[in-house]
Design a protein around this ligand. Structure first.
Ligand code: AFP
Length: 360
């Protein structure tokens, strides 16, 4: 028999090395149609942005102008880091002349950025947090990027992005994050499970490293900035008192959401960024942080809640709206919610007792 007649059975290691991100997207969608090709190309551009950002982060201590603050404030009133600006521009650059994305919105920009030449064919919006946990950059600890893809509804001719304010997080088509850690990893979901890719620097490609990741229903980790303890509402303090008094819990908090969520995705547990008495909406941005991560964690079998509502059901009131976030293993999220419900019930019962004492 000649070689031509023999069936080609690739070595397993070779086959694994060939499972790139763009190939994986097409495989997930079971299609080579136009929409599948678009999503595959969008993910490929996000991967390019991730590689550019990873390259700069890896050499940040050696490159002039890579570290530190710009001296400006962003729309949220936070000091802007040079790396935030670089990473924000990278995402815009990779989508220029792509024909894929008409509009990009990030927490670093007051208004969405439009790429008019893409708009006649680019039906998508990219929402992103270019550098999440940027206070970690100057001390060389892990940071991340978070992204979500949505279908653009209407032409948004007045530039108000009103379609983004009429829909909840279930409207996301895909979401994910990039973790810039000891290795650079890209984790994403298209609504068909959660998959992790590791950047192989020798190939310059993200290669599939874990497929269909499932979150355990319970984990030992609780991840929260306990320095805010006295600023929280009482139910959150009840929860923390509970974990302090019970065996089997361990605290982990890195100051960068992506790293903390990545740990929970693989090991289970719960991450919390609750509101405080002064800022009930909390710190994290719904469109760029909470909703994309909620989409991902739900796809892996976990849950994400504000404490009283599923994150994916929240419709933002503004582009840069914030939301409290309780996210992770199902049972752990439910446990936190149970403290919120208990306090709400107690308040309700006290009010009913007061009412019954007042003579009618
Ligand atoms: P920065 O990007 O401004 O550093 O904020 C990071 C972040 O949004 C999120 O990644 C962290 O989980 C959280 O803030 C940390 O905030 P605290 O410093 O208040 O704990």
């Amino acid at each position: 028999m000649s070689n031509v007649d023999q069936p080609f059975i690739p070595e397993p290691a070779l086959d694994r090395d060939c499972m790139t991100l763009s190939r994986h997207v097409l495989q997930q969608l079971h299609s080579f149609g136009a929409e599948a090709q678009d999503l595959s190309a969008i993910m490929n551009r996000i991967a390019l942005a991730a590689k550019l950002i990873a390259r700069r982060l890896t050499r940040a201590g050696l490159v002039a102008g890579a570290l530190g603050f710009t001296g400006e404030m962003n729309v949220q009133g936070e000091s802007v880091k040079k790396m935030d600006v670089y990473a924000n521009d990278v995402f815009i650059s990779v989508f220029k002349q792509s024909g894929l994305v008409c509009r990009l919105a990030s927490e670093e920009m007051q208004k969405p950025y439009y790429i008019p030449e893409n708009c006649p064919i680019g039906r998508y919006t990219l929402l992103y947090d270019p550098i999440d946990g940027s206070s970690n950059v100057d001390i060389n600890i892990n940071v991340g990027s978070i992204f979500a893809i949505r279908q653009q509804e209407g032409l948004d001719e007045d530039g108000t992005a009103s379609d983004l304010l009429q829909n909840n997080g279930r409207n996301q088509i895909a979401a994910g994050y990039v973790l810039y850690g000891p290795s650079t990893m890209l984790v994403y979901s298209l609504g068909t499970g959660v998959h992790a890719f590791t950047l192989d620097p020798s190939l310059g490609e993200f290669i599939l490293s874990s497929e269909n990741i499932r979150l355990p229903d319970h984990g030992s980790i609780y991840s929260v900035n306990e320095g805010n303890f006295w600023q929280w509402e009482e139910p959150l303090r009840d929860y923390i008192r509970y974990v302090h008094r019970h065996e089997g819990y361990t605290a982990r908090y890195g100051g960068a959401l992506v790293g903390d969520i990545h740990r929970i995705l693989f090991q289970g547990g719960v991450f919390l960024y609750p509101g405080t008495v002064k800022k009930p909406e909390g710190k994290l941005r719904l469109l760029y942080e909470s909703a994309p991560l909620a989409y991902l964690i739900e796809q892996a079998g976990g849950r994400a809640s504000t404490g009283t509502q599923e994150i994916l059901d929240v419709v933002p009131e503004a582009l840069h709206a914030r939301s409290p976030l309780i996210i992770g293993s199902k049972d752990d999220v439910a446990l936190v919610e149970s403290f919120i419900q208990d306090r709400a019930r107690a308040v309700e019962e006290r009010a009913a007792r007061e009412r019954s004492r007042i003579p009618q």
